[in-house]
Design a protein around this ligand. Structure first.
Ligand SMILES: NC(=O)c1ccc[n+]([C@@H]2O[C@H](COP(=O)([O-])OP(=O)(O)OC[C@H]3O[C@@H](n4cnc5c(N)ncnc54)[C@H](OP(=O)(O)O)[C@@H]3O)[C@@H](O)[C@H]2O)c1
Length: 278
């Protein structure tokens, strides 16, 4: 019947490119997304099931996995890709905003892994690939919740390497740098709990952020998102390390953060245009 990959968040960006790449390589593809009724490119592809999954909704995860196993008989690879970036002052984030960021980027990954594991244990094999970020390796100003979610997925994944090994299940992370997808457009600023005394700081930060969004990041610019899909495919089909940085920026910055002082590192990033509020 061939091998099957299930990918979350395939309506755009890395998720869609990854679905297309696995399909081109002859895999069965379960392309999950929140609004499958809107999808035009993946629908109708041979051996591809486009189905609904919101990673914050356990029942929709269960349904998608059940449909995948009914149709293809196995789930050999799970790619936890769905996610978005929330920024802003932690203090101004409402409970709803905190829950949405952590609920999507961290609990979404936990929920999906929990639901897929019984099937992978039954198969005595499987690979889980979690898309983290270079933001899961060093903190960035005003991205505390996003950083927290991606650091947490790195920790979760490292721990699970031990827990899952005896069941024949491998777990890896792919940590991209900056790539031009819908990510910047989908980014939110948490301000549901606005504090008037933070108004001027917030305004400055927002100005910096919109400036940053207009220009490619220095000095590497945006990478081609296809290389992320290629790296995910490589992680699914070949021996690779557990943690895989992808993009010139992610590779260099993760190394620099290790060897430079925090002050030197962030001065360099500020000079390159990292937004700040003072
Ligand atoms: N692009 C970058 O520079 C970059 C860098 C590092 C890491 N990443 C990570 O890469 C992953 C993919 O992002 P991308 O760059 O490809 O951005 P993207 O084009 O915005 O794709 C994000 C995908 O996640 C989906 N999604 C969001 N919330 C969801 C939920 N509750 N349930 C199911 N799907 C949901 C979106 O679906 P809808 O269409 O329904 O919103 C969309 O399909 C994310 O985890 C992101 O944090 C991106």
């Amino acid at each position: 019947m061939g091998k099957t990959v299930l990918i979350t968040g395939t309506s755009s960006g890395f998720g869609k490119l990854t679905a297309q790449l696995f399909h081109q390589n002859g895999w069965n593809v379960v392309a999950t997304m929140r609004s499958p009724q809107m999808e035009t490119e993946l629908v109708g592809l041979k051996n591809t099931l486009v189905t609904k999954m919101d990673v914050t909704d356990k029942q929709s995860i269960k349904n998608a996995i059940e449909k995948a196993v009914d149709k293809f008989g196995s789930i050999d690879v799970l790619v936890n890709n769905a996610g978005y970036g929330a920024s802003g002052f932690l203090e101004e984030a409402s409970v709803k905003e905190v829950n949405k960021q952590i609920g999507t980027n961290l609990l979404g990954v936990i929920n999906t892994i929990q639901e897929v594991l019984p099937q992978m244990r039954k198969q005595k094999s499987g690979t889980i690939i979690n898309i983290t970020s270079v933001a899961g390796t060093f903190g960035m100003p005003m991205f505390s919740l996003y950083n927290a979610s991606k650091f947490a997925v790195e920790g979760l994944s490292e721990s699970l390497t031990f827990e899952l090994k005896e069941f024949g299940i491998t777990i890896k992370t792919v940590a991209p740098g900056a790539f031009r997808t819908n990510f910047m457009d989908a980014m939110s600023i948490n301000e549901g709990n606005k504090k008037s005394e933070l108004n001027s700081f917030r305004d400055q930060y927002k100005d910096h952020l919109s400036e940053m969004a207009m220009k490619p990041p220095k000095p590497f610019g945006y990478g081609n998102p296809q290389v992320v899909a290629n790296k995910i495919y490589e992680c699914a089909t070949q021996q690779t390390p557990t943690k895989n940085f992808i993009g010139k920026d992610a590779k260099s910055l993760s190394l620099m953060r290790k060897f430079m002082s925090k002050k030197q590192f962030f001065n360099m990033l500020y000079k390159a245009g990292l937004p700040k509020y003072n």
